[in-house]
Design a protein around this ligand. Structure first.
Ligand code: GAL
Length: 661
């Protein structure tokens, strides 16, 4: 978006302070001191912009934009569709969502409109276009923030009809739907489209194919609504750049599908810092995983659109970030590809449910507050390292992630209904790569593994035939593939593949699944090294597969119960590459040595020397970020790092690292 500038700012709500003109004045002064250069405006401003139907009041926003811009602050202008005025909900009940139990919601809260309602779409288009006409060409407006955190689903009659139309377009005939959903089961065959209903607690919950297609439809409808808003703006300002703010591990729509339709990916990051039992490093890695997913969505820099400078108001216990953590998290986002770091929120509200949410400026309005001082410090650092903006990441390892698979696993009955733990599974692989300083991208199911040295396929229960083909070609061509348990079980309709499994990959992996053994929480199976494998022992948990080797070399085997002797980890040479099979989820200690062995000689770590525990290195283009997330100082060959300190180096290609920070 802008060269040599990292964005820094926050959600800003001047509409909450219209009766206090001194506050806008003070905010602009404080933003200058904190080195803010971008604010998201208007996210929840609809009633101030259109207090009565068709009556637009935009002068207050014009004044705010003009004054901010004069002070060097650009604007990420929001469409206000996430929260609607009461007059609108009252006059047009169809805009209010109907829950799965078929009860229409009352007016209240936010992010709860029907995505199908033509009335809502029309009202949104009107206000979006008024905004675009008035501000779309203002030099301050560098980005459009479409709505806010799209989420949820509606089951009204309009949505039911849209679902049926979507199915008709996807399948062509009822016959095809009946086949895809295996509706002969329990005599559920449909004879007319009008019989198809969305899932309901008092209705359909058993047809996995229908449940999966409903999720796909909701995803489609959410993206379609976003496109409606985007195109409303672009009709007036064709060059408008749009973003949406996404959420942590959110499953409400396919993020890759959404990303295709936007210019910039962004997300709202609210990790649980300082939770007893979790190290800073663990929390940071879990957060980094989402950064890397966001980067992967468009394979280019993203924004951390929201994070708190201190605490949220909605965790069980709303702990504040301790000194130094805010600086560290801001720089961590940049290390992983963020071109901007923004907060929710600039100034703390006085009332309603977010009055105790952290903000850069608190109720006391003071700049000598720790939170403000630390925010200003980060602003200063980002200003100094602006040259990092735009830097791209090199392809190293990829983790295949498919939202269809997540939805299908969530809705499958058995083999383990106490949580399949897909995110946990993904995180264990990711964390090991992060600790090794190896960059990881997320690859959608239609993505191309070409260009990666290592591809990981964690629990890909729903495996599309074409993907299996691409993975096979990848190994054949010399790639290294890791496939875990419970992969290649069903096709895209959630129909079980018939024949040997993991479907499409048995010859690549050199194993054939014979049983899947679900484990109770806390239950484990001991595994031991076979041959000279360097990991002597590991514990298998959650889901443990038993497989018959068909050419693969067991590297570890189960060492107890009736699966004793069956491969827990196996390797198979296929074409010019190698395929690894992990029969179970293992204890966290397994993954680091496993991936260290795999990466050695194949993937260069971000930092050339071995790093002590708690120190993470991330490479972004020519820049290497080193962060000491341990609670002790560390001494490296080129840097001494205090706890929570970040060092940034620029690699000029000669092997010499110049320290920028
Ligand atoms: C986000 C939301 C913001 C604010 C924030 C509080 O999910 O987009 O508007 O509510 O949470 O943490």
């Amino acid at each position: 978006m802008q060269q040599n500038t990292l964005w820094y700012g926050a959600d800003y709500n001047p509409e909450q302070w219209l009766d206090r003109p001194d506050i806008l004045e003070q905010d602009i002064e404080l933003m200058r001191k904190a080195h803010v250069n971008l604010v998201s405006l208007g996210i929840f401003s609809w009633t101030c912009l259109e207090p009565r139907e068709g009556e637009f009041h935009m002068d207050w926003l014009a004044e705010a934009i003009d004054r901010l811009y004069a002070a060097g602050v650009c604007v990420d202008l929001a469409t206000p569709s996430a929260a609607r005025p009461a007059w609108l909900a009252q006059k047009y009940p169809q805009v209010r969502r109907v829950n799965a139990d078929r009860v229409r919601q009352l007016y209240g809260e936010r992010e709860n409109h029907c995505y199908t309602s033509p009335v809502y779409r029309e009202k949104v288009r009107r206000i979006d276009q008024e905004l675009a006409r008035r501000f779309g060409r203002h030099p301050a407006v560098v980005l459009w923030h479409i709505s806010n955190e799209f989420n949820g689903e509606c089951h009204c009659e309009l949505c039911q009809q849209a679902f049926r139309d979507w199915l008709r377009a996807r399948y062509g005939s009822l016959e095809a739907i009946n086949r895809a959903w295996n509706t002969r089961f329990w005599s559920h065959e449909y004879t007319d489209f009008s019989q198809i209903e969305s899932p309901a607690p008092h209705g359909e919950r058993a047809m996995c194919g229908l449940l999966l297609d409903w999720k796909r439809f909701v995803s489609h409808q959410t993206v379609d609504f976003m496109k409606w808003e985007r195109d409303s703006v672009r009709e007036i300002v064709p060059e408008a750049k749009v973003c949406v703010n996404l959420m942590d591990r959110f499953d409400g729509f396919d993020h890759f599908e959404m990303a295709r339709e936007i210019d910039v990916a962004s997300w709202d990051s609210y990790p649980f810092w300082h939770r007893p039992g979790d190290t800073i490093e663990k929390t940071a890695i879990s957060c980094a995983m989402m950064h890397d997913l966001m980067y992967s969505l468009k394979d280019r820099p993203f924004l951390m659109m929201e994070n708190t400078p201190s605490f949220v108001n909605w965790h069980g216990v709303c702990k504040s970030k301790k000194p130094g953590v805010n600086l560290m998290t801001g720089l961590q986002a940049v290390a992983h590809g963020a071109d901007g770091v923004l907060y929710f929120q600039w100034r703390q509200s006085r009332g309603a449910c977010e009055k105790f949410h952290g903000a850069v400026v608190g109720h006391d309005g003071r700049e000598d507050h720790r939170v403000f001082r630390e925010a200003a410090q980060l602003g200063d650092v980002l200003r100094r390292i602006g040259r990092v903006a735009g830097a791209r990441k090199k392809k190293q390892a990829a983790i295949v992630f498919d939202y269809d698979n997540l939805w299908a696993l969530d809705r499958s009955m058995g083999p383990r209904n106490d949580g399949h733990g897909l995110w946990e599974e993904v995180e264990r692989h990711y964390a090991a790569l992060a600790r090794l300083g190896v960059g990881a991208d997320f690859l959608p199911p239609d993505g191309d593994p070409h260009g990666y040295a290592l591809v990981i396929v964690p629990m890909l229960y729903l495996m599309r035939e074409d993907l299996a083909g691409r993975l096979r070609a990848f190994v054949q061509g010399g790639g290294t593939l890791v496939v875990t348990m419970w992969s290649g079980v069903v096709d895209e309709h959630d129909l079980c593949y018939l024949g040997d499994a993991p479907h499409g990959l048995t010859d690549v992996l050199g194993v054939r699944r014979t049983e899947i053994v679900p484990m109770y929480d806390g239950e484990t199976l001991r595994c031991v090294a076979a041959g000279g494998f360097p990991i002597a022992e590991a514990k298998a948990e959650a889901l443990c597969e038993i497989a018959a080797p068909e050419g693969a070399t067991p590297l570890m085997v189960y060492d107890e119960d009736y699966m004793k002797g069956a491969p827990a980890v196996a390797r198979h040479a296929f074409g010019a590459g190698q395929a690894y099979y992990l029969a179970a989820r293992f204890d966290e200690g397994f993954y680091l040595p496993f991936y260290r062995g795999l990466c050695k000689g194949r993937l260069a770590p971000a930092w050339p020397e071995p790093l002590p525990e708690g120190v993470l290195a991330v490479r972004r283009g020519a820049y290497v970020f080193l962060q000491n997330l341990s609670d002790a100082p560390v001494q490296l060959s080129q840097a001494a790092l205090t706890p929570l300190e970040t060092a940034i180096f620029e690699d000029d290609g000669s092997g010499a690292y110049k320290r920028l920070l």
